[in-house]
Design a binder for this molecule. Sequence first.
Ligand SMILES: C[S@@+](CC[C@H](N)C(=O)[O-])C[C@H]1O[C@@H](n2cnc3c(N)ncnc32)[C@H](O)[C@@H]1O
Length: 344
Amino acid sequence: MDLLLILSQEHDKLPLAELRAVLETEEIETELEMVCPGLVLLKELEEDVFDDYYRLLVRRLGYTHEVHQLIKTVDCSDLESEVKSIDWSEFIDENFAVRVKRFNSEIDTVDTERKIGGYILTSTDNISVNLSNPKSFIRVVAYKNTIYLCYGKYQLNKKYFEEMKPHKRPFFHPGCMSPKLARCMVNLSRVKEGDLVLDPFCGTGGILIEAGLIGAKVVGCDIDWRMKNGTATNLEYAGITDYKTHVVDIREMEMYEEADAVVTDPPYGISTTTCGEGASGIFKEFLESIEHSMKEDALLVMASPDSLDIDSLFKDVGFVLLERYAIKMHRSLTRIISVIAKID
Ligand SMILES: C[S@@+](CC[C@H](N)C(=O)[O-])C[C@H]1O[C@@H](n2cnc3c(N)ncnc32)[C@H](O)[C@@H]1O
């Protein structure tokens, strides 16, 4: 069985990198086909685990807009006969809506929605169209002359990343990252449900919220007690109960429990303080000390400003770079996201 995913196109590499990381973490065996930018097929998923994988992807992914079960791939010219040949009672419960999305296709969206809806109605008994609040959602994706007919069984909560914007949480401080990027960084760290995620510069807790929401246990440290308390407030607000927070200066960090992953956004000295030390000094001391708080196979996923040469900083410590992505935030800041492993 196949899934069709519509990825965000707000970054050219991160959405696909995040998807690959989740497939690897959850050991989802599939063949990934990139149809075109923003459109991905996951092919030949085993039937008995298909539903579990579908729900996992919907729960975890940050930079993916939609995940659907592929019903059939058809050519534009055979649309009527192909749509009528499908047993829609398998996918439609009482009422439905058809929505078309185009990728590089000339077809008329509204006209195609009407036509497909009509073909479904004439070939299936006891169902009706409900455009405002459908019980069943049929997603149609048109790419050039190919039509992907899909069933949207599980919907991603599209409003979540809007509603969880940092300024809408009870504790806010400038310099927090977007929940989508935080979720993506957590996914790049390959953590599983039940794993322990540490953020030693937790600030307002944005990264830990995302780790908690995918089922990880979270530990947050910050030099500033207001941040430590604010992280706890925000975690509670997000419904996360399995957490610990501590006031800790990274330069004096004692080993707590060894983490399965460290995901963090250290201070750049722009909107968050480096407490009198330059950003490069903090990053250096962090990289020197954090290794001891990580399990052997733990990954470190870290944001840094592009003005900082972090390669030269971790040359002498026991780390190796696995992946790197640049995100232009504004004219004077490009964020670098690095995925780093311990050297064996
Ligand atoms: C960029 S912010 C983290 C933002 C966070 N990701 C969020 O979503 O709010 C960096 C944090 O590092 C903390 N910090 C600065 N120096 C520190 C140090 N030496 N040890 C631990 N935390 C420190 C600051 O108080 C600040 O809250």
